[in-house]
Design a protein around this ligand. Structure first.
Ligand SMILES: Cc1cc2nc3c(=O)[nH]c(=O)nc-3n(C[C@H](O)[C@H](O)[C@H](O)COP(=O)(O)O)c2cc1C
Length: 277
């Protein structure tokens, strides 16, 4: 290597200058990357969140045992997130209440009952033939479908078609029969199922709640059959919303009038919300 007149080694100086330059450049680019990353996460932290699992996975390709375990967990995380989302959705879904009316004069309050429940829940309604003499169909909430025995048969044409009473039973979270006539009470207690309402009850899954609000003349209520039948449905796990004493539609005074729709509604809602906690 040539030496300067002063005796300096030019090759040595040049090498050191190149080394200094490359080190400075590396430091400069590292700092830029660091500052950019810092500013991005500071001002847009949420922008980084979707990238995290992917970043996480890229780091695992380095491959220590711990990192491989973390990678496995990173695979599990998105599935868990989906499951939580589903659970949240199902938790926030409105309760599905199947309201049913049988042939008591108290069925004149059925539309009112449907209005009470539809403020809070998704409601579908079922009515026996006899109850249709009392139910005011025009007054039902617009979004509540009323199913009758006719629908049970008109919706089924051939094997493979849906069976209405099974579909309704699957759909409902809770069934409420209000009013419950003496006749329908007796049929449920005896396991009979000759119409849409009693078929739903016969197919019911008793891990789901069912409430009944009987309504009948005092003489019918006091008849010994009533107690027997009430014991029968109690064994099934059906909850009773008892009738009240008052002047009945027939003019008699005594026990047997259906509980008020607001009381039926608050009883069911309280039960549901207490159970959900
Ligand atoms: C005007 C009238 C009012 C009636 N009110 C009642 C009643 O409040 N409670 C009852 O259990 N039956 C009552 N019945 C008798 C039922 O309608 C009858 O037993 C019918 O078969 C019930 O059918 P279902 O249980 O299939 O709805 C009444 C009948 C009539 C004609």
């Amino acid at each position: 290597m040539p030496l300067s007149p002063m005796g300096y080694d030019y090759g040595f100086i040049l090498n050191n200058l190149i080394l200094l330059l490359t080190t400075s450049l590396s430091l400069f680019f590292c700092s830029i990357t660091f500052i950019e990353g810092f500013l991005t996460s500071f001002f847009y932290p949420s922008a980084l969140i979707p990238l995290l699992p992917r970043l996480h996975l890229q780091f695992q390709s380095l491959g220590t045992q711990q990192q491989i375990q973390e990678k496995d967990m990173a695979h599990v995380e998105p599935e868990n997130m989906e499951m939580n989302l589903y659970q949240v959705n199902s938790a926030v879904r409105r309760p599905r209440i199947l309201l049913a009316a049988s042939g008591s004069v108290a069925a004149i309050k059925f539309a009112n009952l449907c209005h009470c429940f539809s403020e809070w829940a998704e409601v579908k309604a079922v009515a026996t033939q006899a109850s249709l003499h009392f139910v005011d169909r025009i007054a039902l909430p617009k979004d509540v479908i009323l199913y009758t025995d006719e629908d049970e048969w008109s919706s089924w044409k051939k094997i493979g078609d849906n069976v209405l009473h099974i579909e309704l039973r699957k759909w409902a979270d809770i069934m409420v029969i209000a009013p419950l006539s003496a006749n329908t009470l007796a049929k449920i207690a005896g396991g009979l199922c000759d119409n849409l309402l009693t078929c739903i009850v016969r197919a019911w899954d008793y891990s789901k709640p069912m409430f009944v609000a009987p309504a009948m003349n005092t003489l019918m209520w006091n008849n010994p059959f009533t107690e027997r039948h009430l014991m029968g449905i109690d064994d099934l796990g059906i909850s009773l919303i008892p009738p009240v004493k008052k002047r009945l539609a027939c003019g008699d005074y005594g026990n047997g009038a259906m509980a008020e729709p607001s009381l039926i509604y608050s009883t069911v809602r309280l039960f549901f919300e207490t159970r959900e906690q």
